[in-house]
Design a protein around this ligand. Structure first.
Ligand code: PHE
Ligand code: CO
Length: 296
């Protein structure tokens, strides 16, 4: 448990970037962060905090403040855990990189949130294809203080364990739900659309793009519609889905998904940028600048 943890990154090969999985739970080696690591944190933190004013959901901003994260230094998981434990009972655990699906689901189902212990390199400040400490802490952790969202994350973990036993197609459907809510979700608040998805919260470019660009679609949350929709992993999303409240997320995902997976197995996937007749359209994207290579 005390050995220096590994930094498990995607492999760069001639076929592109290949994910590598690891199951270890590690102590955060806080004293080994270099001055450069702390500077990377502070650069990202200060820049993103400014961008999120008027763009992120109010809970995201308020909760970031409640944790007492500052630009001075990379936060200590122990300090954040003290706050988490007494509010929603979640616990951050250190990991070396991407977890296999079932391991990830099992942690969530037990209110443990895996956080990558290492931070990106300076040349990856604007873009990194995999989660690092900044994405995990700055993007995901704030909403774990929100009681409804905290319960949603746990329910998702339990649902993941179940979907894993059902089969590959069920996992595809469930992963799309995670992608379009937890990672890239928008929420309608009194003063307009706001960001709550962590993949956006931790990204300078996408924070602006998702709300201000005419290119992407912004469509009302619809469970089955989302579970059928492909997504992008290497470009901004073509479509963002908008919830009314975290309670809406909770309510919509309460039913048993087993019959839903069976039904969806018989219906076709929807390309990431399509708008359908039944959609509640907030904004019909122009599609400007969209890459036409395949969606995931
Ligand atoms: N209700 C889902 C099921 O039965 C579980 C779930 C809850 C999935 C919340 C995602 C989010 O599988
Ligand atoms: Co994430």
């Amino acid at each position: 448990m005390n050995a220096q943890p590994r930094r498990v990154e995607h492999l760069q090969t001639d076929k592109g970037s290949v994910p590598v999985y690891t199951t270890a739970v590690v102590e955060q080696p806080w004293s080994t962060y270099t001055p450069e690591d702390h500077t990377t944190w502070s650069t990202l933190f200060e820049r993103q905090q400014k961008i999120l004013v008027g763009r992120a959901a109010r809970e995201v901003i308020e909760n970031q403040r409640k944790f007492g994260m500052t630009p001075q230094a990379i936060p200590k998981f122990d300090d954040l855990n003290r706050v988490l434990k007494q509010t929603t009972g979640w616990e951050l655990i250190g990991v070396e990189g991407l977890l296999p699906e079932l391991t990830f689901f099992d942690h969530l189902a037990n209110r443990r949130f895996p956080v990558t212990w290492w931070i990106r390199k300076p040349e990856q400040i604007d873009y990194i294809s995999e989660p690092d400490l900044f994405h995990d802490l700055f993007g995901h952790v704030p909403l774990l203080l929100n009681p409804v969202f905290a319960d949603y994350m746990q329910a998702y973990g339990k649902g993941g364990v179940k979907a894993h036993a059902i089969g590959a197609q069920a996992l595809v459907n469930l992963t799309r739900l995670y992608w379009y809510t937890v990672e890239f979700g928008l929420i309608k608040q009194d003063d307009g659309l706001r960001i709550y998805g962590s993949g956006i919260v931790s990204s300078k470019g996408e924070s602006i793009h998702c709300l201000e660009s005419a290119a992407p679609n912004r469509i009302g949350f619809d469970l089955k519609r989302i579970m059928r929709t492909r997504y992008r992993i290497d470009t901004y999303q073509k479509t963002y889905f908008v919830i009314d409240s975290y309670a809406e997320l909770m309510r919509a995902t309460e039913p048993d998904f087993t019959p839903i997976y069976a039904e969806l197995a018989r219906s076709e996937s929807i390309p990431a940028g399509d708008v359908l007749p039944g959609d509640h359209v907030f904004h019909h994207g122009t599609g400007e600048g969209w890459a036409d290579n395949a969606d995931v």
